[in-house]
Design a protein. Structure first.
Length: 94
């Protein structure tokens, strides 16, 4: 939502992480979570940026279609990459 509010990368962000889900899974989740009809869920999804639009601004993309443990693994790996980058940046600027 921050990407949409700023119409792109916000000026205060050092990194942008985007969580994505396939549209068909997003619709199923909205139906289950919000008790929406397929039509209402499709309409809500259509009013948002697409995965492709968000990914264009992303430094990290986390796909959340699979089991929660898989998502956690992706997040840990992304966190480790971010930490490695910030650690190497601080040591090289010393």
């Amino acid at each position: 939502m921050i990407l949409e509010a700023y119409n792109g990368r916000p000026p205060f962000a050092d990194a942008v992480w985007v969580a994505c889900v396939k549209p068909e899974n997003a619709i199923i989740r909205m139906q289950e979570r919000n008790q929406l009809t397929v039509e209402h869920a499709q309409k809500r999804l259509a009013s948002q940026w697409t995965n492709e639009q968000r990914i264009a601004y992303a430094d990290e993309v986390i796909w959340t279609d699979g089991p929660i443990e898989t998502t956690r693994t992706y997040i840990r790996a992304a966190w480790d990459r971010l930490f490695a980058t910030t650690t190497s940046s601080s040591s090289s600027s010393s």
